[in-house]
Write a protein that binds this ligand. Structure first.
Ligand code: G3P
Ligand code: CA
Length: 380
């Protein structure tokens, strides 16, 4: 029995601790016994994690200097990137495996518009404009200074991560890894060479300090063989298995395709998709755990649909299944408060987001500086 506490006051204290933890104006509630919180701490990963998906890519062209620098300055925990390799062997950060959507390739290499990224040298890629597409696609967020932005190497993204007072971590995906045999070992060499596989300096007090922690790098992939190779190359670096339904990933209950479904858009089709069985989902959790993952990155369905709204792989029972096996859960890609709240209430441990500013607000740690002010200060 603790001194100074009556039985009644002790039980009141315990009850209140267990039930509430904290509740923010944003609607984010923290239970005292969040299972993912302890698991994240064990893996050295911040909880809940703000993972800036392709940088602050709602506000600046994805995977470019302003996108990553803005994410760092806002205070995101991680800069997320998709890694590919050029024909001359350089690791670069780029999502799509062709250059049509995010560059002016049609103007520069008109006969190569559908060629894979892997068929270009770095020098060829650096001739492309990776910013103007954003201004055309998002007139409301366009900036003249985005025109002419370059595709970045992994080295250049690391320079950005290291270059400010905030010291975010790196959340690195091997993209279409079967196209790039040996990329896992290339990645290990680069991270080792840059000093990211061992302890890094501490950030000044009050700044993001993820790069100093054991979770400074998180490796992610949709592909089981790549997870195995990443684990072999970097056994002590946290790894996350990304989850999808169908197409060689988790088996769906139905093999109906989008085309046959008659659904009005892909989000509506995905919303109808279900996992074949609880056993099938459990088998993926077991596989991830047995092959070195510390977490999963599931697809999620968004309240208002859109082209980032996928199948719902973050149902409470799924998150519990992951947590019960010691896996944390980082869903992709969530940008709106309504979804942060809804999906968050199902027990996840952070989000991939294009809108780090909004997620930071939701978690009660908003940037003190406005987005506009940061972009001007960093030269955009
Ligand atoms: O890496 C998590 C999430 O980014 C997966 O989707 O296609 O945006 O890489 P994608
Ligand atoms: Ca990714």
């Amino acid at each position: 029995m603790l001194k100074g506490l009556t039985a009644k006051s002790l039980s009141r204290t315990l009850l209140s601790t267990a039930l509430t933890g904290a509740m923010l104006a944003s609607g984010w509630a923290v239970a005292a016994d969040e299972p993912g919180k302890a698991l994240a701490a064990k893996a050295g990963v911040p909880w809940p994690a703000v993972i800036a998906h392709r940088g602050a890519s709602f506000n600046a062209p994805e995977e470019t200097v302003p996108s990553y620098t803005l994410a760092r300055e806002l205070g995101a925990d991680y800069l997320e990137m998709d890694i590919q390799r050029t024909r001359d062997g350089v690791l670069i950060a780029l999502h799509d495996d062709t250059l049509e959507r995010t560059t002016n390739i049609a103007g520069v290499y008109p006969t190569r518009t559908k060629d894979p990224v892997s068929s270009f040298t770095l020098e060829e890629l650096k001739r492309l404009d990776a910013g103007s597409w954003f201004n055309k696609a998002h007139a409301d967020r366009a900036r003249a200074s985005y025109a002419g932005l370059k595709i970045l190497t992994l080295d250049e993204v690391i320079d950005i991560a290291e270059g400010g007072k905030n010291k975010p971590g790196l959340y690195i995906e091997t993209k279409v890894p079967a196209q790039f045999p040996g990329i896992e070992e290339d990645l290990r060499r680069k991270l080792e060479q840059r000093g990211w596989l061992s302890q890094r300096p501490e950030a000044d007090k009050g700044y993001v300090n993820v790069a100093h922690t054991p979770g400074r790098v998180v490796l992610q992939t949709f592909e089981k063989p790549s997870l195995e190779l990443l684990h072999k190359a970097m056994p002590h670096t946290p790894k996350v298995l990304l989850l999808w339904l169908g197409d060689g990933s988790i088996q769906a209950a139905s093999d109906q395709t989008f085309k046959d479904s008659g659904a009005k858009d892909k989000a509506s089709f995905y919303a109808t998709q279900q996992v074949k069985s609880k056993e099938e989902f459990a088998a993926w959790m077991d596989w991830a755990k047995a092959h070195g993952a510390i977490g999963t990155g599931p697809a999620s369905a968004l309240r208002n649909g859109g082209d980032q709204s996928y199948m719902d792989l973050v149902q409470p029972w799924m998150n519990k299944m992951a947590h019960d096996r010691g896996l944390i859960v980082h869903p992709y890609t969530v940008d709106d408060a309504v979804d942060f709240k809804e999906i968050g209430s199902h027990g996840v441990d952070g989000f991939f987001t294009n809108r780090a500013s909004e997620l930071l607000k939701f978690y009660g740690r908003p940037s003190k500086e406005s987005m506009d002010s940061i972009l001007k200060r960093i030269g955009y």
